[in-house]
Design a protein around this ligand. Sequence first.
Ligand code: NIG
Ligand code: FE
Length: 438
Amino acid sequence: MKPIDLLIRNARQLLTLRSDQKGPRAKECLEELGIIEDGAVVISDGKIVGVGRTQDVLKEFQVDSKTNVIDAKDKAVLPGFVDCHTHPVFAATREEEFDMRVRGKSYQEIAAAGGGIKSSVKALRSKSKRELTDFALPYLDRLLSYGTTTIEAKSGYGLSLEDEIKMLEVIQELNRLHPIDLVPTLLGAHEVPPEYKDRKSEYVDLIINEMIPEVAKRKLAVFCDIFCEKGVFDIDESRRILSAAKDHGFKLKLHADQLSALGGSKLAAELGATSADHLEFVDDQGIRMMKDAGVIGVLLPGASFGLGMKEYPPARKMIDQGLPVALATDFNPGSSFTESMPMIMSLSCLMMKMTPAETVVAATINSAHAVDKANEVGSIEKGKKADLVIWNVRNYKEIPYHYGVNMVDQVIKGGEVFTFPIPSGERDEGRRSRQRRG
Ligand code: NIG
Ligand code: FE
């Protein structure tokens, strides 16, 4: 019998996400949740060491006075979400643009008038690393409170060698300071900075000749991403930048076919990218090419919702054609200002007709594949990180069904327990003191 740090027992539904399928899941495997009823998880040294029915697990492991035991009776336990596409470092929010969009201005019109990504760049360049880190931390707290334990985090509001490196160093510092794991991505090609307005090709050269080599040398990013879009970076520019990144050992991602059918999805296939993200305007050929090349489709319905667009990625078509899909918030101050993966699951069910089971797989193990971390996170299996979430729901389907509210009870990150939003003891204490005052 081995001593253990933490035991979660009696979970009404334990969604292990275990499957014989090794790579990213597609078609019917997208609904394989590996549910154990009356389940238990055993954790030692931040890792999962046992998973099974409570009665079986209790035979194998010894609970002693040092073991923290959590009773998950009437609750569901899921892997922590992997939010595989976020822009969490910025200097200011952009609610005035939200107001303008509500009044009828489009995202592109606002950008052309100096708002959009450019306004975030202007704000970010004037801030120090310390200021940016302090600004980002509360957002990471909120991500964790909604059940997210790993995020991919992009630069892309610096757009100069110095400011992109500053952003990536902030991401590195956040990784050190905060329990959430951050997977860093260089997005130097997010927009053309104002000082290169009429000489875009020189900015492309700067990215290729200076930014990519320097970031590679300092090992500040794992992925390289690009905004491949009309009026931003076209297919040829995207191919040049991403090929250079690949030569320097970066794995690739693209913001593809978001606002028009430019063909970023096909370029992702051609270059063997890990994922192509957005895909609101992807066509059948793009879907087929991505599938054949093993590119994951990362769907960001929060961006369609946040921009008030009627187009959502054609998730049903992608799934039916066998493309593995993952979900992410696209958390950023412009197009998608939400930290909530449960909200993304609700939108995916209601606006893209994904089933609740498919949204769970897409938000956990498939998004772990989209950041190349599926051997560490994304499922509740022996040997993986103890990243899991206890939900105040009896059935996991309640998570997307009960939209716009937070049903998280406790988050376990690397074996450490976080209670959200208010520990029940404090809630009772608050109620009592209000009664006393009254
Ligand atoms: O993923 N599409 C480009 N980039 C972001 C938006 C960034 C911004 O508006 O600040 C996106 O939607
Ligand atoms: Fe994005």
